[in-house]
Design a protein around this ligand. Structure first.
Ligand SMILES: *Cc1c(COP(=O)(O)O)cnc(C)c1O
Length: 388
């Protein structure tokens, strides 16, 4: 049985999967089983922030694996404490951290903190959470309901109550009522189309919510960990959210999620937990990721990447450029052309992503080299030239 048949027989068919067999990687370059190279402009959907085959990460994981991988959260976990301290310092928030295993789980934690914050003496006073249309917050039952895309609510009901969708950031204020406990937003909607929110509007929203004692939750699962230039996109927007969630780029490929909150006293012992969350393996790896990224000059990389990307505006099927930092996109005139582009890019051995209905998305490793950027965009250009 070949691998493709094996996969189709034994793995549930929840992904539209490409069957190239990647065997190794070096930074933003992947190699398949025929030793052909591919430039990776996706970093595994914003996960492999420090590149593939990173030796510093591999060594840290290896050393940790030889000592302890896991002992449970009933005992002190040294790298967990060190990582929490580092995340809090980098975030510039007076926060505490809870470790989960994914973005959805981090958002579950955020929702639980908000819901508990809305209870007074064990009574539910406020519980509604407002999210934005086109948002994406995860695939668990409640984060799916928090996701403001109706098409994602087709099955799986009944869903938990209390999620309300605003068409855009300006509509949020009119939806606030005495039951609203939080507003949850992405500063740049990753899955929604890579369109950054307007800075001033976000700052005004943050101010308004503070006045009303409504929590601001920023889902930084995709925007966090230097993706937009600063450690948090919230730092770039100069806001201080009450809750921030992280995942994707935080572990460089190990599954880790985190929820940071300035409301450090809301969750008490026993209110929340996770078997794997923050274990030795993932927190040791993540510490090393942050050690690397702290020293990385993403500004120069971003400038170089931007310069190359903007040359693609000359194609008449490209409407505009969107995004921030190394979370970028080209808005393509229609979804059919976008699908052709993504397929042609793959044929020319460069990996790119789709976002929303018609956005070509780029999420390269933050450590991508100039040479890899050049090579990748040469291939994208060849792919674009096959489209008419
Ligand atoms: C990917 C993503 C999630 C979900 O993360 P998982 O690790 O897949 O659960 C949530 N929010 C945002 C903004 C994301 O980009």
């Amino acid at each position: 049985m070949n691998l493709e048949t094996m996969d189709k027989t034994y793995v549930l068919n929840t992904y539209a999967r490409n069957y190239t067999n990647f065997k190794s990687g070096e930074n933003a370059t992947l190699f398949d089983d025929k030793k052909q190279d591919y430039i990776d402009f996706t970093s595994g959907i914003g996960v492999v922030s420090v590149g593939h085959g990173n030796k510093q990460i591999a060594n840290a994981i290896c050393e940790q694996a030889k000592n302890i991988l896991h002992i449970s959260n009933l005992y002190l976990i040294e790298p967990q404490a060190l990582l929490a301290k580092k995340i809090v310092e980098l975030s510039k928030l007076d926060a505490g951290v809870f470790f989960a295993n994914s973005g959805a789980e981090a958002n579950e934690g955020a929702i639980k903190i908000a819901r508990k914050y809305g209870e007074v003496d064990g009574e539910i006073k406020r519980y509604k959470i407002i999210t934005l249309k086109h948002s994406f917050h995860g695939r668990t039952i409640s984060t799916l309901k928090a996701t403001g895309q109706e098409s994602m609510h087709n099955y799986f009901g009944p869903f938990p109550d209390g999620f309300v969708y605003a068409d855009d950031i300006d509509k949020i204020e009119s939806l606030l009522d005495e039951h609203t406990v939080a507003v949850m937003i992405e500063l740049v909607q990753g899955e929604g189309g890579v369109e950054p929110l307007d800075k001033e509007r976000v700052q005004n929203l943050a101010k308004l919510l503070k006045q009303k004692d409504i929590l601001l939750i920023v889902d930084e699962v995709q925007t966090g960990v230097y993706r937009t230039g600063e450690f948090l996109a919230s730092n770039l927007y100069k806001i201080k959210p009450d809750i921030v969630t992280l995942a994707k780029g935080l572990g460089g490929g190990v599954p880790i999620g985190a929820v940071l909150t300035t409301k450090k006293d809301v969750l008490k012992t026993g209110d929340h937990g996770s078997t794997f969350g923050g274990n030795y393996l993932v927190t040791r790896a993540s510490l090393e990721v942050l050690n690397i990224l702290e020293k990385e000059d993403t500004r120069t990389t971003t400038n170089y990447f931007s310069q190359k990307l903007s040359t693609f505006l000359k194609y008449d099927f490209v409407e505009k450029e969107v995004g921030l930092g190394l979370m970028r996109g080209l808005r393509i005139k229609d979804a059919t052309t976008l699908t052709k582009i993504i397929n042609e890019c793959f044929n020319h051995r460069v990996l790119v992503l789709k976002a929303g209905r018609n956005t070509l998305r780029f999420l390269p490793p933050l450590t991508i080299t100039k040479n890899e950027i050049d090579k990748g965009f040469e291939r994208v250009e060849k792919a674009f030239n096959t489209i008419s």
